[in-house]
Write a protein that binds this ligand. Structure first.
Ligand code: AGP
Length: 616
């Protein structure tokens, strides 16, 4: 996923563009570029790598706030889909005649045939990107059509794929253009200034008046205002919304990395997720309005579709909802689900879990379910996202902006919302005893304080990070509702420290993986005081018998006679086993963070990743 911004207004455009790109850099940071008009000249600067590399290439006069004549520009941070990150692939891409500059988020699937056609017509390509074919296509069509909006309409008839485009043309020095087709694009409306951005966070410093473009819409921003048409050329009245910018602030608040800040935000995030939904353990949980309540309670089965950490949260939800509600819950990676013609119908509740709400695989899977008549519920951190807008029901997780590519607080918030959903469904269907449901609600209310307790283990975890940070492989094991936490712990470590790690059900170890174990492969075991505790102890003893160093994340008392099984142990507060994943995941988040920090890795912007993967 890439970050794209455009600006038209009275301020000096380059600083505005760079500040906005800074807030979007988490969306992709393989390369960056900016293009702006000055008098009748189109200036373009690009650099591979982080935004700072681009900033260092820009002449200092571009940063002067006054006495400038630079009012129109576009900027881009890139997560490479086509073409390795180098000095040719960054956007903006420019037409042969030097009049048009374009930036793009998404994928043009038919770029190969377009490139061949345009090359035959004499266009010269400077990169292997799919994006570059779009700017040459615009240039080509503009030769026979002077109305730029009509040109863009024609372009959309030739492109196949998901794309958000932002374009400037030096022949239209007071106009900024945008095109949206299945990739987010939002208009910002300020005082005598207009913005385009792939995410509202890029605009909140300047305005709280926004209009979200819908699919198949084209926008022209000019001193006359905002003009929107659909791909058929029909005018569209833009819906302008006033957004609350408070929780969109992007600030480390004194922490070294966003990831650590977001790990420490979890107690408050849980309070936000629970607030107005869990009023008292004696009261039934309120999640939906009456109409939605009736529809959701007709369902007979649940599918959860998600990716990455959101998928792992869904796995926790499955254990919980099946146990309490006694209906089948299947969880599948969205990228797999959508290709197997799933059996969903009007009696199926499909839950799409997505922090960003823009993950292409999840969007496509949910669209398929909507078309099959299923009831689709989005559990997301972005109420302004595509997934939220296209689902029948939405449960916002209210985690606040999560900047670090490595998801942490959003996992806790997603799992909390799944817990609330499970209890809500059980109460509506008189499934599970009221006593059990009440005790779970009491447990949920205790979670924020218990999480604060677990955060106190950070220094202890930091010591473990130094002890185990140089290993090449690491295994995470657990059972039952904490098995997904083993998967999540492995994912955290892999994605920010680049150490190979795997999560296994401890029951599976003896069916093959135990053959790998030796002193060089530490095993992190999650032990919770529940029905599988003794089995977990046995699995840890099997691992120790193969000379593996076993580290326990243990909630509840550990019998003296088994303590020597473990090389190290982190003790966390006891809680109902079904609610324990919210606690057991925290030492794993901290371990991944401290190892990555100890190894000097780029914690918030790990190589090759982006915060939201908006390509399939
Ligand atoms: C998690 O740390 C990763 N950043 C990644 O697996 C992420 O969870 C996945 O891409 C899904 O993103 P989403 O929740 O925004 O859909």
């Amino acid at each position: 996923m890439c970050g794209i911004v455009g600006y038209l207004g009275k301020k000096s455009v380059v600083p505005v563009i760079l500040e906005s790109l800074q807030t979007l850099e988490y969306r992709g940071y393989d390369s960056a570029g900016v293009a702006f008009l000055e008098q009748d000249c189109l200036n373009v600067y690009k650099a591979s790598g982080k935004l700072n590399n681009l900033r260092s290439r820009l002449p200092v006069e571009l940063f002067q706030k006054n006495g400038h004549s630079r009012h129109l520009g576009i900027g881009h941070t890139r997560w490479a889909t086509h073409g390795a990150p180098n000095d040719e692939t960054p956007h903006p891409h420019v037409s042969c005649d030097g009049n048009i500059a374009l930036i793009h988020n998404g994928i043009v699937e038919n770029f190969g045939e377009l490139r061949e056609e345009l090359t035959r017509k004499g266009h010269i390509f400077h990169s292997k990107t799919d994006t570059e074919c779009v700017v040459h296509l615009i240039e080509d069509l503009a030769k026979t059509e002077t109305d730029f909006l009509k040109v863009l309409q024609q372009v959309t008839r030739r492109l196949v794929g998901a794309y958000a485009l932002v374009i400037i043309d030096k022949r239209h020095p007071d106009k900024l253009y945008g095109v949206r087709n299945h990739a987010p694009l939002v208009v910002g409306i300020g005082d005598d200034e207009l913005f385009l951005g792939s995410d509202v966070v890029a605009l909140v410093e300047h305005t709280n008046q926004v209009s979200y473009l819908q699919n198949e819409e084209i926008v022209e921003l000019s001193p006359e205002g905002v003009k929107v048409i659909n791909f058929n050329g029909q005018p569209v009245e833009p819906l302008v919304e006033k957004i609350s910018t408070g929780n969109l602030a992007v600030d480390k608040k004194g922490f070294k990395h966003f990831m650590l800040k977001e790990i420490y935000e979890q107690p408050d995030v849980l309070r936000n997720s629970l607030s107005m939904r869990l009023l008292s353990p004696e009261e039934p949980i309120q999640l939906f309005d009456e109409a939605a309540d009736a529809k959701i309670n007709e369902i007979e089965r649940v599918y959860v579709v998600a990716c990455g950490t959101s998928y792992n949260a869904g796995l926790v939800g499955r254990y919980f909802i099946e146990e309490l509600v006694r209906i089948p819950v299947e969880v599948e990676a969205a990228g797999e689900f959508r290709y197997r013609n799933p059996l969903v119908d009007e009696k199926t509740l499909v839950i799409g879990i997505s922090q960003s709400g823009e993950t292409a695989d999840t969007i496509t899977a949910l669209r398929q379910c909507v078309n099959k008549g299923a009831k689709v519920l989005a559990i997301t951190n972005r109420e302004d996202s595509t997934i939220a807008r296209e689902s029948h029901f939405v449960l916002p997780v209210r985690a606040g902006i999560e900047v670090s590519v490595c998801a942490t607080k959003s996992f806790a918030a997603q799992v909390t919302v799944l817990y609330l959903l499970g209890i809500y469904l059980a109460e509506r269907r008189q499934q599970s005893s009221p006593e059990l449901l009440k005790s779970l609600k009491v447990g949920l209310q205790r979670l924020p304080v218990l999480v604060e307790n677990v955060l106190h283990t950070s220094e202890e975890i930091q010591t473990l990070a130094k002890k185990y940070g140089n290993v090449r492989d690491l295994i995470f094991i657990a059972r039952g509702i904490n098995y997904p936490v083993a998967l999540e712990g492995a994912l955290k470590l892999k994605e920010i420290s680049y150490i190979h790690a795997e999560g296994y059900s401890a029951s599976e170890l003896k069916h093959g993986p135990i053959a790998m174990l030796d002193p060089s492969i530490p095993v992190i075991a999650i032990l919770t005081d529940g029905i599988v505790y003794d089995k977990m102890i046995s699995n840890c003893q099997e691992a120790k018998a193969r000379d593996a160093q076993v580290i326990a994340v243990n909630s509840g008392p550990m019998p003296e006679d088994v303590r020597d099984t473990f090389e190290d142990a982190v003790f966390i507060p006891q809680l109902e086993e079904m609610l324990s994943p919210i606690l057991t995941v925290i030492p794993l988040q901290l371990l991944a963070y401290h190892i990555a920090e100890y190894l000097g890795k780029d914690v918030d912007q790990p190589r090759n990743l982006a915060k939201s993967v908006t390509v399939e």
